[in-house]
Design a protein around this ligand. Structure first.
Ligand code: HEC
Length: 137
């Protein structure tokens, strides 16, 4: 509930459409590629069982980069967090297609991100964003 209100307020504040332009159903299938490293778990339930190499992605589309408590992020993601970078659709879509390069450009820092996987197609990235945002609507 807290997430939902925050998302609605953010949407009003930024004047952006409430729905992402990807297809959430396709994104759910696409998420199979992320499961090896990422689980999705809300405070009350496990939505997708997955690995722990990467942070829990529940609510990721509503929060600041690098803000899952207890996860040890790379210096680049810590820098992104300190700079107030958030996972808007645009940022998310750029990041998942080339995590390290995107973080370097966005933060102006040097280093290596810990996520080695790259999503090949921009449309797949948009579908993933739609799927992940649908979980907290
Ligand atoms: C090989 C393991 C691996 C795979 C596969 C993987 N990730 Fe990641 N992901 C990570 C790691 C590790 C991090 C933390 C990166 C860092 O600290 O630089 C991360 C971070 C992220 C973040 C930032 C989260 C935050 O809390 O700021 C997002 C978003 C993300 N991944 C999305 C995805 C999506 C979507 C997929 C599937 C297309 C995917 N990842 C596949 C390992 C992976």
């Amino acid at each position: 509930m807290k997430f939902k209100i925050a998302a609605v307020l953010a949407t009003i504040a930024l004047g952006l459409p409430a729905h992402a332009d990807g297809d959430a159903d396709k994104g759910e299938k696409e998420f199979k590629k992320c499961k090896a490293c990422h689980a999705i778990g809300s405070p009350d339930a496990t939505i997708v069982k997955g690995g722990a190499t990467g942070p829990n992605l529940y609510g990721v589309t509503d929060h600041a980069a690098g803000s899952v408590e207890g996860f040890r992020y790379s210096d680049l993601l810590v820098a992104a967090n300190a700079q107030g970078i958030e996972w808007t659709e645009e940022n998310f879509v750029g990041y998942v297609q080339d995590p390290t390069e995107w973080l370097k450009e966005a933060t102006g820092e040097n280093g290596r991100g810990k996520m080695t996987y790259k999503v090949r197609k921009e449309d797949d990235a948009k579908d993933l964003y739609a799927y992940l945002s649908s979980l907290t609507e």
